[in-house]
Design a protein around this ligand. Sequence first.
Ligand SMILES: [Zn+2]
Length: 397
Amino acid sequence: MQTAGCPACGRQHAELASENPSHVVNTGGRVFESRIRNVLCPGCGLIYNDPMPSDAELSDLYRAMARDIADRPQPASARILPIERDQAEFVSGHAGVERPAVLDIGCSMGGFLAALRETGARVMGVEPSPHDAEVARTRFGLDVRPGFFEQADFGSLRFDVISLRFVFEHVRDPRAIVRRARGLLAGGGRLFIEVPNLAMPFVGLDDYFSYGHLQTFTAETLAYLCARENMIPVAVVEGTNVFESSPHPPSIRAILRSGEASEPESPNVDAVRAHLARYLDARRRLIARVAARVGEATESCRRVVVYGAGTHTAELWRACPFLAERTVAMVDGNSKLQGHRFLGVPVHSPREILSLEPDRIVVSARTAEPVIAAFLRQHGLEERTVRLYEHAGVAAA
Ligand SMILES: [Zn+2]
């Protein structure tokens, strides 16, 4: 854990934005517990982790997460997600040249680059996860450099577009990334950044301020940070939401180009404070509503089963401390978690749910809730199911 001041403007003294004394991630057969403290810079409005997790702490977590992903069954054929196709269309519409040379930083399993290649682009990726890089190579035949962008050697290569899709919020030094990317752009080249948008957060028991999100942006604070490295927005789109089957919150998409080195104007910090206050209030109200609903639904029950054994359930435990003595088991589709205990409760496969003879099943998952509810309905458990969200939209109103 380290403190280094605001990653955008360098200011040392910031105000507390949000604090979680024990954020729990259950992944790869391990439980990670950490304190997450986010602060808001009164100079420029950027919200960032203070202290920052170290590189060692982050890579430890990401390695465990990679073990989970590596174990999941791979789809047999090449598959491009709807969001990746949408991002590719967006980038190809803003590239400014025919057949652009594109570098995707943190290219994951390559769907975005594969979609972009179909539009005529010449594409390359860099990806720190060996598993994802290998899938991108074998499934799509892509040129993917292993490791982190910061250390990768591109020689004399220059790019028309460099993209960061849901990567920029995870980096420890975002200005250094912009600086390096700027140096790798061809004349007139564009930077594409897509990040979650604090102005449109999801509201769930699993906090919007999650582990690994080192920066939290609004469109204004993102533009300001990039402007400090002489990258100026050409186009900014807020509210894009094309994730497949899950109510992820809308994002910010920014296309930036190299610009003059004048001192950028500071964002409206009060506007950021207002977005933050609205989110924190909505989450407080959600927690109170969940505690009341779960309390009522499980009252006098002695065989509660909780569906889900991850971050969301750790937060459910905090919201509903009475669940600890009413819960006999958890179930989770992640085979890495089955056969272990989480929060002192044994975790089983969802296939065993009937044999657990539950009085009530509390669905502890935000984005997967509709899918899990459908599974329970198929097993005739609809009347014993307790849902926490139900409504389709989860973005804060
Ligand atoms: Zn700042």
